[in-house]
Design a protein around this ligand. Sequence first.
Ligand code: UGA
Ligand code: MN
Length: 323
Amino acid sequence: MKSALFTRFFILLPWILIVIIMLDVDTRRPVPPLTPRPYFSPYAVGRGGARLPLRRGGPTHGTQKRNQSRPQPQPEPQLPTIYAITPTYSRPVQKAELTRLANTFRQVAQLHWILVEDAAARSELVSRFLARAGLPSTHLHVPTPRRYKRPGLPRATEQRNAGLAWLRQRHQHQRAQPGVLFFADDDNTYSLELFQEMRTTRKVSVWPVGLVGGRRYERPLVENGKVVGWYTGWRADRPFAIDMAGFAVSLQVILSNPKAVFKRRGSQPGMQESDFLKQITTVEELEPKANNCTKVLVWHTRTEKVNLANEPKYHLDTVKIEV
Ligand code: UGA
Ligand code: MN
């Protein structure tokens, strides 16, 4: 009787084990996310400011061994790096502007900030700021020649060119990694959605800019997915009637047009964008973003000059404070 029970038990045991294993595999299968993960995430920054690469699929660790017989998922294509070139210069609101900008950029995955000071040397304020910003960054400087520091003349020409030169130098010897370049002035306001839009730039992409050109917004006019003109209230004769904040360029285009730079000579006021874009693309080639250029995702805000009328001539306070 006892041995009969034993035999039955040993016959059933493998089946019981199989059922247990099947149940186990099923409950450990990763749950697919309901919606694709966005490119940006408030949780994308790791400890110590290191950026964690954002994975767009579900978690894979701990499940790989068990699913070996299933087809393996394709490796994720690399997330293109967004290079933001920001010219900046010393003034009472500089640190406040940079703080707002860093707070935005910190929420964007895979962003590299190229901050170019309009100065003869890197300032302590900006160096300290960047060291604590928790962002992958490059700190450059180049002074604007005195003769160009006049009202009515374009600003930040030398600084943007320094950013372009750094990018080309960095990618000189390697096959171009996927990347997108964007000129991010330090006083504008950027939505996080903007970075999602520009990330897919193939050559040159464009979108509307709010609060610019004497209107509530300027925008490229789009028909059948192509840019056919410009909605603008200022110098509609510009070949590309667009603000610096209204376009992005792929790294590949920057590298394959090594001579494309911002020009001082022969450039008329407000023509910097057109002069640059003419060197790398045509209107027909532009890629409209932001729902066929019907959404404003960036604003050309300008900070008012601060009133320092009551600031003492000599230092009066007992402590020295960086503002
Ligand atoms: C407009 C455009 O949006 C700018 O992209 C363009 O460079 C500028 O006109 C121009 O006139 O060239 P606006 O708001 O008038 O912008 O210019 P700012 O915001 O004063 O300057 C644009 C960028 O250059 C800012 O990031 C600013 O920090 C920097 N800048 C300005 C310098 O590096 N040095 C300066 O002397 C002035
Ligand atoms: Mn501005």
